[in-house]
Design a protein around this ligand. Sequence first.
Ligand code: ZN
Length: 183
Amino acid sequence: MLEFYYSTMQGGKSTALLQRRHNLISIGKRVLVLTSSLDDRYGVGKVTSRMGPQCEAQLFTHATVFDSSLPLNGIDEVFIDEAQFLRAEQVHQIHANLTSGLRIRVSCFGLRTDFRGKPFEGAATLLALADTLHEISTLCRCGAKATLNQRIDVRGSPVREGAVLEIGGDSRYRPVCPHCFYS
Ligand SMILES: [Zn+2]
């Protein structure tokens, strides 16, 4: 079973991951958590929510192969945070080797689009292949549903150009609805 939980920046996906992990551990399940080496907002190798709790995570890079070489012995479920940074090929490996081959449930958590509104490779492939999609929805400042991530400068003005990966993390983005994104 491959699941994809998607949200905007600050949409609560890490909080959802940590809550779901807590629920599983409390009934005796063993969980392997992975996160992207590209996301070092809170220190490498951790999943942290702004609410406080955190957990250790193993890092994946673009070179990680998702197969039985991962430490999966005794693991009931795999969580992957920042899953938008997976390569398409890695999502296919997860789908074929982990969820189909080893029958391990894998829950991926991530963004759908970057600050330009373009789909991340990992997210696009997860949207295509996941057995179940879960939207973790959040609100734009205008009250409409936020579906996009707007990059802002230090004064809060929208930024439309630049590298996809930007240092500065959450404070440089806000979740917005399409109307506010394009206006
Ligand atoms: Zn809006």
